[in-house]
Design a protein around this ligand. Structure first.
Ligand SMILES: Cc1cc2nc3c(=O)[nH]c(=O)nc-3n(C[C@H](O)[C@H](O)[C@H](O)COP(=O)(O)O)c2cc1C
Length: 202
C-alpha cells in the first residue's frame, strides 16, 4: 500500500468515526514512515533555536513517577566528537562527523526505571530532530565495550567528566542529512507481531 493509500485509509477511518482529522497527526504519521537513522551529515550548522527545540523535547519526555532521572550532555566540539566516536570499535563512527551529539545519562538512584526514562527522552529528541529536517542516529553505549575491552560507559564518563553514578545510555548524533533513505514500505510492516486480545502462536 502506498503512503497516499495509507493516508486515505486513515482519513476514511476518521470520517467514519465522525472525528476531525488532525492535520498535525497525519504529518506525524508520515514522518514516522520517512524517518531513518542518518549517519552522514553535511557541514551546515544547526541553528541555536533548533538545538534548543531538540533539547526541549528531551525535557518534555515522560518519566516514571515524574522522576526526570536523566541529564543530557551536548557535545559540539570537533575534537570531543572525534574522541567520542571511539567509544566502541564498531557502530560509533557517525559521531565523528556529526554536527552535534547529545549524551543521554540517567541516575538509578532517582528511578528504578532510569533506562526507560533515558530511552524515551532519546527517542523524543530523534523525532523532534526529524520534524525539523535534521537527521539523527542512536549510538548504543550501555552494555558496549571500547577497543581495550573496557565498558564504553567508562570511556564516555572519563572523556566528558560525567560522574560514575550517572549511567550512560546512548549518544544521539545530529546533523543535516547527507544521505537519502527511502520511506518505509507500509506493506513491509510486521503486523504478525501484533496480537489482538490474546497472544496467538505462529
Ligand atoms: C537501542 C538502539 C541501539 C542502536 N545502536 C546503534 C549504534 O550503536 N550504531 C548505529 O549506527 N546505529 C544504532 N542504532 C540504529 C539502528 O541501527 C537503526 O535504528 C535500525 O537499523 C533501523 O534503521 P532506521 O532507524 O533507519 O529505521 C540503534 C538503534 C537503537 C534503537
Amino acid at each position: 500500500m502506498s503512503l497516499v493509500e495509507q493516508d486515505t485509509r486513515v482519513e476514511t477511518f476518521f470520517i467514519l468515526h465522525n472525528l476531525h482529522l488532525p492535520r498535525l497527526m497525519t504529518q506525524f504519521s508520515e514522518m514516522l514512515f520517512k524517518r531513518h537513522s542518518i549517519r552522514r551529515y553535511t557541514q551546515q550548522p544547526i541553528p541555536a533555536d533548533d538545538v534548543k527545540t531538540i533539547l526541549q523535547a528531551a525535557l518534555l519526555a515522560p518519566t516514571s513517577k515524574s522522576s526526570r532521572s536523566w541529564q543530557f550532555i551536548v557535545v559540539e566540539n570537533r575534537e570531543d566528537l572525534e574522541a567520542l566516536a571511539k567509544l566502541k570499535p564498531m557502530g560509533a563512527h557517525p559521531i565523528a562527523k556529526a554536527t552535534m551529539a547529545v549524551v543521554v545519562v540517567s541516575d538509578p538512584e532517582k528511578s528504578e526505571a532510569y533506562i526507560e526514562d533515558a530511552t524515551v527522552a532519546a527517542t523524543y529528541m530523534q523525532l523532534q530532530a526529524e520534524d525539523l529536517g535534521i537527521g539523527s542516529c542512536w549510538i548504543q553505549v550501555r552494555g558496549r565495550f571500547d577497543a581495550n575491552n573496557e565498558p564504553s560507559e567508562d570511556y564516555v564518563q572519563h572523556l566528558l567528566d560525567i560522574p560514575p553514578y550517572l549511567k550512560v545510555e546512548c549518544v544521539i548524533t545530529f546533523g543535516y542529512k547527507d544521505e537519502t533513505r527511502r520511506p518505509v514500505d507500509p506493506d513491509k510492516l510486521q503486523w504478525e507481531k501484533v496480537h489482538i486480545g490474546k497472544y496467538t502462536k505462529q
